[in-house]
Ligand binder design. Structure first.
Ligand code: FES
Length: 177
């Protein structure tokens, strides 16, 4: 089943938000990513057709943003911010600690398929760094102890009360939804 069939209502809602059709590109790519955790070539071609873009135009956007995955990631995709404000308060230490705990480096996935580690640019939580996003959730003011607790929680229950909230798209009025 293709995206247009499976997500008919969601796609119609996204398209209705943008007077310029191509502006719906990133939300549609994000929607396509929900399917398998990454965006397939077929999905990019389908989205190009929806927005009257060429597949390379979709590809060049999909490869620009670290929030969009073009290959399979682990069950938990850990994205640690490495930009300036987080770096000033210790993101290097958090990345180093995560590498030690998971035995992998940025761009790698643990052998059990549970965790993928990525170092990314600013995730817009600069005042509460060091921070990371795991799947849709933000985790802020990280310490080594907090990282240990989060990893243990995810391994045992699949979620963690340490999260501060989900990443959300703004609604039409600009509020977070
Ligand atoms: S610099 Fe890390 S969230 Fe902005």
């Amino acid at each position: 089943m293709n995206l247009a069939e499976k997500y008919k209502d969601e796609i119609a809602d996204i398209l209705s938000r943008y007077p310029v059709r191509r502006s719906a590109l990133i939300p549609l790519l994000y929607l396509a990513q929900q399917e398998n955790g990454f965006i397939t070539e077929g999905a990019m071609i389908e989205i190009a057709g929806m927005l009257k873009l060429t597949p390379p135009q979709v590809y060049e956007t999909a490869t620009f943003y670290t929030m969009l995955n073009l290959k399979k990631v682990g069950k938990f995709h850990i994205q640690i911010c490495k930009s300036l404000m987080c770096a000033l308060v210790g993101s290097d230490t958090v990345i180093g600690w995560m590498k030690t705990k998971l035995g992998i480096g940025p761009g790698e996935t643990t052998a059990d398929g549970l965790f993928t580690l990525t170092a990314v640019e600013c995730l817009a939580a600069c005042g509460t760094g060091p921070m990371m996003q795991i799947n849709d959730d933000y985790y802020e003011r990280l310490t080594e102890e907090k990282v240990d607790r989060i990893l243990a929680d995810l391994r045992t229950t699949g979620t963690s009360s340490m999260k501060s909230g989900p990443f959300m798209w703004p609604d039409r009025a600009g509020a977070r939804v």
